[in-house]
Design a protein around this ligand. Structure first.
Ligand SMILES: NC(=O)c1ccc[n+]([C@@H]2O[C@H](COP(=O)([O-])OP(=O)(O)OC[C@H]3O[C@@H](n4cnc5c(N)ncnc54)[C@H](OP(=O)(O)O)[C@@H]3O)[C@@H](O)[C@H]2O)c1
Length: 271
């Protein structure tokens, strides 16, 4: 399928690793020039070098903290000053705070609570506010929010992640309605469990503790969570959905909240 993405530009947050990097790579494969945003410059530059090597597209790194308005604004001004990224067709807000501990988030302090909301929910709004005048109004403009199943179901320990994802899912619909006047489509994708580098380490840890092969642990976890497909998503599967949504082929998909979770949020019960 010809997606017509060659030569377009994208800004992806949280693009130095994991799902964000996979999304950047998926878009780059289609000839999209990509700007990568995260805080750690070294990691960003390593990611950029790999993308340039593999796909021969233009890559720009902007080191910024999405939870800070000034930092986001300054990153956007850096891009505005470049010949390639002064116009941005595709905005992907993917950055998020990892849930590193299984402990109840109810007992976190206020700064820890705030960080999750600041990065995921307010970060997405902050980003759109900062880049809006750089998105073309010719129908190629896309905002794609990467949320998570915690925003659509109760999944422990994601109390704050759930609140932040649910807020961003709701804001996606609002933004779709408001930005339709500029012919910009706004959609959210809702992944379940994804086999990122960090998730692979986490799975290996569990497998070692229970002395079982990682594949068996994953099958058991999938069953426990109600993932009817019986496995996690590969990062490339998430990237493929984002690439399609970014393309002209998806021009009639607007304000959608699309689960990509192997059936996790079907909430399957019974045998
Ligand atoms: N992995 C899963 O199973 C899964 C499932 C559902 C949804 N999701 C969602 O998908 C997104 C990506 O997940 P992932 O597992 O790939 O995450 P990850 O491996 O933890 O990567 C997070 C990315 O976000 C960046 N980031 C974090 N805080 C930031 C900040 N304040 N400002 C700018 N960048 C920031 C990180 O770089 P720096 O630290 O250098 O800033 C990194 O590039 C997250 O929103 C997550 O909630 C993941």
């Amino acid at each position: 399928m010809e997606l017509g993405l060659k030569g377009r530009t994208a800004l992806i947050t949280g693009a130095s690793q994991g799902i964000g990097y996979a999304i950047a790579s998926g878009l780059a494969k289609e000839g999209v020039n990509v700007a990568l945003l995260a805080r750690n410059r070294e990691k960003l530059e390593a990611a950029a070098a790999k993308l340039t090597d593999e796909h021969g597209i233009a890559v720009e790194c902007v080191s910024a903290d999405i939870s800070c308005a000034e930092s986001v604004q300054s990153a956007v001004e850096t891009l505005r000053a470049t010949a390639t990224f002064k116009s941005l067709n595709i905005i992907v807000h993917n950055a998020g705070v990892p849930a590193t501990s299984p402990e109840s988030q109810l007992h976190w302090d206020d700064p820890a609570w705030r960080e999750v909301i600041e990065v995921k929910a307010l970060g997405g709004l902050r980003l759109v506010r900062a880049v809006l005048t750089m998105i073309p109004t010719d129908g190629s403009g896309r905002v794609i929010n990467v949320t998570g199943a915690t925003g659509a179901a109760v999944l422990k320990p994601g109390l704050l992640h759930g609140a932040a994802n649910a807020a961003l899912i709701q804001a996606t619909g609002y933004l779709a309605a408001e930005l339709a006047a500029q012919s910009i489509n706004v959609n959210a994708i809702i992944p379940g469990l994804v086999g990122t580098e960090n998730r692979r380490k986490w799975l290996q840890g569990i497998a070692q503790t229970v002395a079982k092969p990682a594949e068996d642990v994953l099958t058991g976890l999938s069953k426990e969570l109600g993932i009817v497909t019986g496995r996690w998503a590969e990062m490339s599967e998430i990237a493929d959905l984002v690439t399609f949504l970014a393309s002209d082929r998806a021009s009639y998909i607007n304000g959608a909240k699309i689960p990509i979770d192997g059936g996790l949020t079907l909430n399957m019960r019974g045998r």
